[in-house]
Design a protein around this ligand. Structure first.
Ligand code: UTP
Length: 405
């Protein structure tokens, strides 16, 4: 598209602010900006956040800790066999910006140690290493980054020699970006010659992995299951043999690790059925009646919160790869260039990012093994520096289970 065509397109969508500093740019910068703008799908930009999640919600059963213990040896054996056959790969979702944490570098580079250095990435590798030792086999580890943190993430792993992991089994790939806007839907300029782009959420991970040519690679290795997990839970257990074995034996296309809710009104997404498909009901969607509803065992019917640790069957991911996913609008702090050309770094959310989410992939599946884990041992997310789900709370939990900081 040439300048005139772009100008017309922007007028049409009420986005002419993107050419505000065009005349100040040199030829190369002008070409880059026009190229960036021509690639935006302005039809995706919305301002209304109402997410009508249709469908009838009903409770889903979980495999509880007691039930898991009874069959643990059997599950473990099955899981270890799959890991030794290289049927399982781990996928670390590390493309987020961690704006709540306010760190300059990638989230995984945060040092959680107190008297020693212990980085989030290191904690995750240590946990995966436990499985490597038990199975005596390397587990392929795919790391999703974004354009914003890819170079820093790779450099960090190199500088720390992959924390002892075998780098031949580590594969990086970069996720896609989407434009960010102010609250009125106007796309921000990050610099005079660059539009503001942010990672497009954690829901595009499989498509990005495919685009990076990694699907063929992992299939050639024998991978049939992908264990997706978030970077910020330092107690995360990946490729957990018991979970892998239980999911395979269940015959379900996906397994989801869950924790028992601390209270009926705890603000976590909870596993459920939605129109007979496994799904996640957000806490604000639960009516008071559903919140306290009991099942026939006398326990809360909606009692199991998700921790972003899912085991997907690869063939099922390939089946849904072409399907559209819902787009979520999220309030975020977005650095931008104002109308006077000043760079602004906001202290409060000042606009929207558009994201697809991995949790929406669950509803595309026909069934799910809901697998309970112990909160104290497996869930210490670091979203903030202090308070709930923070560096402070994660440190406390790690120390409680004997991890030296
Ligand atoms: P969060 O929803 O916590 O987002 O991500 P975030 O970007 O890390 O943090 P805030 O909200 O800006 O503070 C949950 C998981 O999904 C990954 C994150 O890296 C984290 O592991 N993620 C999120 C991506 O990989 N890509 C994205 O675009 C967004």
């Amino acid at each position: 598209m040439n300048y005139e065509q772009i100008k017309e397109k922007l007028n049409q969508y009420g986005q002419s602010q993107l050419l505000r500093f065009y005349e100040e740019l040199d030829d190369a910068q002008k070409a880059t900006l026009l190229d960036e703008i021509s690639r935006i799908d302005f039809d995706l930009i919305r301002t209304d956040k109402t997410q009508e999640q249709p469908g009838e919600i009903s409770p889903i059963e979980a495999l509880t800790l007691n039930q898991i213990r009874e069959k643990e040896a059997d599950f473990r054996q099955e899981g270890l066999a799959a890991i030794r056959n290289c049927n399982v790969a781990a996928v670390l979702l590390a493309g987020g910006q961690g704006t709540r944490l306010g760190l300059d570098g990638p989230k995984g580079t945060l040092n959680v140690g107190i008297n020693r250095e212990l980085y989030i990435f290191q904690c995750l590798i240590n946990n995966l290493m436990d499985v490597k030792k038990e199975a005596d086999a390397w587990i392929p580890l795919l790391i999703m980054t974004s354009e914003k943190n890819d170079a820093d993430t790779r450099a960090f792993f190199e500088a720390h020699e992959y924390f002892g992991y075998n780098k031949d089994y580590v594969f990086f790939f970069v996720q896609e970006m989407a434009p960010s806007t102010d609250f009125d839907g106007k796309v921000y300029l990050e610099e005079k010659g660059h539009i503001s782009l942010s990672p497009n959420g954690n829901g595009g991970w499989f498509i990005s992995l495919q685009k990076a040519g990694l699907l063929e690679k992992i299939k050639a290795l024998g991978v049939q299951w992908l264990n997706v997990f978030a970077v910020d839970n330092v107690l995360q257990r990946m490729a957990d043999p018991v979970f892998v074995g239980a999911t395979i034996q269940s015959g379900q296309p996906i397994g989801a690790k869950v924790i028992r809710k601390a209270a009926p009104d705890e603000k976590v997404g909870v596993m459920c059925y939605r129109d007979n498909h496994p799904s996640i009901v957000e806490y604000y969607e639960l009516t008071d009646e559903m919140m306290t509803q009991k099942n026939d065992k006398g326990e809360l019917a909606y009692n199991f919160g998700v921790i972003l640790n899912y085991l997907f069957k690869l063939s099922e991911l390939e089946r849904i790869a072409g399907e559209n996913m819902p787009l979520h609008i999220v309030d975020k702090k977005i650095p931008y260039v104002d109308e006077n050309g000043n760079k602004i770094k906001p202290e409060e959310p000042n606009g929207h990012k558009f994201e697809t989410l991995v949790l929406d992939m669950i509803q595309m599946m026909d069934g799910c093994l809901v697998f309970e884990v112990e909160r104290a041992k497996e869930f210490a997310p670091i979203k903030n520096m202090h308070g709930t789900d923070s560096l402070d709370s994660a440190r406390e939990m790690m120390q409680k289970i004997g991890i030296e900081l």
